[in-house]
Design a protein around this ligand. Sequence first.
Ligand code: PMP
Length: 358
Amino acid sequence: MNDVHNFNAGPAALPKQALERAQKELVNFDGTGMSVMELSHRGDTYDRIHTHAIKKIRKLLDVPDDYHILFLQGGASLQFPMVPMNFLDSQATYILTGAWSEKALAEAKHFGKTVIGASGKDGNYKQIPALNQISEHAQDSYVHMTSNNTIYGTQWHAFPNTKAPLVCDMSSDIFSRRIPVNQFGLIYAGAQKNLGPSGVTLVLIQDAFLQRAKSGLPAMLSYDTFVKSNSLYNTPPVFSIYMLGLVLDWLEESGGLTEIENRNKAKAQLLYEAIDESDGFYIGHAAQDSRSNMNVTFTLANDALTSVFLQEAKEAGFVGLNGHRSVGGLRASIYNAVPYASCEALVDFMKQFKNKHA
Ligand code: PMP
C-alpha cells in the first residue's frame, strides 16, 4: 500500500517534505560524497547540522537565552531516573495524569522521597487536575508533570505556576503549540512524535536549575556533562538530529508554532465533533476540558465492534487506530505531520461505519 493515513502513536507520521529531502540527500550529503550517518561527529559538516537543529529549536519554540538545549539518548524513559538522580534532594512532588507519570514516579522512588501532588488515577485518568487542586511542599526539589497523556488522550491546557522548578515530560505534544518555556526548570521529550525519528531526546534546562544538580554522578547520567560538551560528550544520534532539523525546517515553512497549533486544534475538533455527534455510538474517553489535541481516545458503545472497526479501517488504509493495550478501544494520534485531510477521511469512515453497524 503506498498511501496510508498514519495515526500511529509514536513512532508516528513524519512530514513527507522532510522525508523526501532526506531521501534526496541520503547518499551524498551536501557534496561530501557520504551520507550523514557516515560523517565524523567531530567534523565541520556535522557541526553545521547540529548547530542548525539547536538554532531552529531556540527560534521556533522561543527558548530564552538562559536555557540549555540538549540532545540525549535513552528515550524519555531515561529521563525518568535521570531527573531525580540529578535533582532529588529532600523530596519531589509528582502529579499523576497517566501511565507515563506513574513510570516517572516509580523511577524517582529509587532516589529519595516522593509525594503525589495530585492524581487523576481514581477517575481512570479521564481528567487533568484543576490547577488549584495541586499541592506543593516547601521542601520540594522540583514538581514533575506530563503535559500530554499519550495513552489516555488528555492534555494540560494551562500549566501550574509552581514555587519549586517545574519539570515536564512533553514527549507527545512538544512543538504542537506555543508554550511558556520560562515557566519550567526542565522540559524533556522523546523525538518520535512531533520531532523526528526515535533515538534522540530533547532536553531544555534552565541554567539556574542546572546549578542545583548534584555532582559526582556518572558522566553519561549528568546533565552538566552534556551542557559542557554541547551534547557532544560521546557520539550523538547524528541521523536523528539531522532529521529533527529537517522536520523543524518543515515546521517553519508551514508557518511555525502559531499556525501548527491552529491546524492541530482544527484537526482535533473535527474528530471530537464526530464522536460527540454520533448519538452515543462513539464515546470519548477524556473529559471535555481535558481533551488532548494530539491523541483522540474513544471507545465504541458496543465493544464487540472494536475489532470490526479496526479490520475495516485497515482495509480502508487507516493505520495505528488501536487504543493502547492498557486502555483498549481506539485512539487516533494526530501529531503535527498528520494532514487535515487524513482526519477528514477518518471522520467520513467513522460516519460510514456507524451507518453500517448502528
Ligand atoms: N512519556 C510520554 C508522554 C510518552 O508518550 C512516551 C512514549 N510513548 C514516553 C514518555 C516514553 O518514551 P520513550 O519510548 O522515548 O522512552
